[in-house]
Design a protein around this ligand. Structure first.
Ligand code: FES
Ligand SMILES: [Fe+2]
Length: 364
């Protein structure tokens, strides 16, 4: 017999966070989308069905038939149209327009093409299927009015790349402030090849405002990180931009004057109001000619992301009890800026938490 839940006032579920609609989010890796095959995903609590048409175009529809709500993914996709399993309505998936309602007779006047299933703008970039998730109740999306699709910065044509993914059992706010938190490194990411608690030292970092975000201004990266020592004279910038993007670039010039670069795009995407997913995409031309570097980088990157993931799984245990939380100066200041930027976006106030360049101090 199942154990009865006693009412302790604890819901057992992770606390929800408000989500930012009206922007682009990575739904999944586009490589899984094959002609004639449908794949489902959840994005901001919306069930999606994604696929690739025979002509190569990818699509994302709300995974609900507009007739009676059965998931469209339960039906059939022939590489051109999606057919609902229940009554066989057929939809063109890129725009959602209904093409056929099999039950109609010649005396019916209903025009199927006036009916639309909900479809979302969907673009393949950097190997992801990016989906524009419109504000609720905004009607049909005007494709000419959309913000730019995010892109990993690249500084040359030849590069190697790798990507990582981890589901986090916490809401998007905890995922994002965990991402920008400078003080957890020596504790969560302890390893000989990264940092150790013994190497903690004072840091001073310059930040500046950028539209809907902030930039950790160009500087030579942490001298206590072994991988960075290999690069010559590197200059790093780290941007955070709403709704969920961290973009890091490292550009270096060796003693012989040879340029090299590394860049990464990390996003924390709400899956539901209470859960999120972290995606890391990195590209580099450093060590381009050295075999196995992609495998090695992916191995260490995976360890790194797993350490964050394990920590957030543990944190989620505590967050179920909805404790009060603290943000302290200066190590938690980027988190405060994030909350202020998000509030400005949600209210449309246009306010920015940084009036100009700021220097923050912490030890890590
Ligand atoms: S529920 Fe989809 S066609 Fe009827
Ligand atoms: Fe981390």
């Amino acid at each position: 017999m199942g154990r009865e839940e006693t009412d302790t006032g604890v819901s057992g579920a992770a606390p929800a966070a408000e989500m930012i609609f009206g922007d682009w989010y990575p739904a999944l890796r586009a490589g899984v989308l094959k002609p004639g095959k449908m794949t489902t995903a959840l994005l901001l609590g919306i069930p999606l069905v994604l696929g690739r048409k025979k002509d190569g175009a990818i699509f994302a529809m709300r995974d609900l038939c507009p007739h009676r709500g059965i998931p469209l993914s339960a039906g059939w996709f022939d590489g051109e149209t999606v057919m609902c399993k229940y009554h066989g309505w057929r939809f063109e998936p890129c725009g959602g327009q209904c093409q056929e309602i099999p039950s109609l007779t010649q005396i019916d006047t209903l025009e199927p093409t006036k009916i639309y299933a909900t479809s979302y703008p969907c673009v393949e970039r950097d190997g992801y299927a990016w989906v524009y998730v419109p504000p609720a109740g905004s009607g049909r999306v005007d494709a000419t009015q959309l913000p730019a699709v995010p892109e990993l910065p690249k500084f040359g044509k030849r590069f190697r790349s790798a990507h990582l993914v981890a589901d986090l059992p916490c809401n998007v706010d905890h995922g994002i402030i965990g991402l920008m938190d400078p003080a957890h490194g020596p504790f969560v990411h302890q390893a000989w090849w990264w940092r150790s608690q013994a190497s903690i030292h004072p840091k001073e970092k310059k930040f500046e405002p950028i539209p809907e975000g902030f930039r950790m201004s160009a500087h030579a990266p942490s001298s206590n990180s072994a991988p960075y020592r290999l690069l010559g004279k590197p200059v790093t910038t780290i941007d955070f931009v709403l709704p969920n993007r961290r973009i890091e670039t490292i550009r270096a010039v060796s003693a012989k004057g040879k340029e090299s670069w590394f860049s990464s795009l990390t996003t924390v995407t709400p899956i539901t109001a209470a859960t999120c997913r972290i995606d890391v995409l990195a590209a580099w031309d450093i060590f381009y000619h050295v075999p196995f570097v992609t495998a090695i980088a992916t191995y260490f990157g995976k360890r790194f992301v797993q350490q964050d993931q394990e920590t957030m799984i543990e944190q989620a245990q505590g967050l179920r009890f909805n404790p009060g939380l603290m943000l302290i100066d200066d190590a938690d200041k980027p988190a405060k800026w994030y909350f202020a930027l998000k509030q400005a976006r949600l209210t449309g106030s246009g306010a920015h938490p940084l009036a100009g360049p700021v220097t923050l101090h912490w030890r890590s």
